[in-house]
Write a protein that binds this ligand. Structure first.
Ligand SMILES: [Cu+2]
Length: 163
């Protein structure tokens, strides 16, 4: 009996230290291989059913990497790109992967690449940051806390993001 308790205790300790050493949560992530800058989800009102996430990914290695998936608990997440056709009609497309060339950065911003969040489980609230896992082909999973921020009016006009 005593042995079993001790064993469980060790397991718990191992779990805690694993958590401490796995991806640390921060708005800005600066690792040897990669940096994640300004992860942000602008919100426009409390009734949004979808939202978009923006960030900059900096690949500090010589080899390219690929963002192959985005995962989160608070919504369904996927990579999108906005496009405007020759008639001026805006649309977005699902993107399977985003190549981040070596020693360069890729910007996810309004009117271009973004992380699309649909089927929000509950309304997003300002200051209530949301964890998103970025899955890279080479680097693996990186957990990023996206800062949820009230959008300015200007953003709102450019980017009312309901599908
Ligand atoms: Cu989209």
């Amino acid at each position: 009996m005593f042995k079993k308790i001790k064993y469980n205790f060790i397991l718990i300790l191992a779990g805690i230290s694993l958590q401490m050493f796995s991806a640390s949560y921060a708005h800005e992530i600066d690792l040897e291989e990669i940096s994640i800058k300004h992860p942000i989800i602008p919100i426009f009102n409390s009734k949004m059913k979808t939202a978009a996430g923006y960030l900059t990914i900096v690949n500090k290695k010589n080899e390219a990497d690929e963002l192959i998936m985005v995962k989160t608990d608070f919504a369904k997440a996927m990579i999108h790109i906005s496009k405007i056709d020759k008639n001026g009609i805006a649309s977005m497309e699902h993107v399977n992967k985003v190549i981040i060339p070596g020693n360069s950065s890729v910007v996810f911003e309004q009117g271009s690449l973004h992380i699309m969040f649909t089927k929000l489980k509950e309304p997003l609230e300002e200051y209530n940051d949301q964890k998103v896992t970025l899955v890279f082909k080479n680097l693996g999973d990186i957990v990023v806390e996206f800062q949820v921020e009230q959008a300015t009016q200007k953003l709102n006009m450019k980017n009312n993001h309901d599908h």
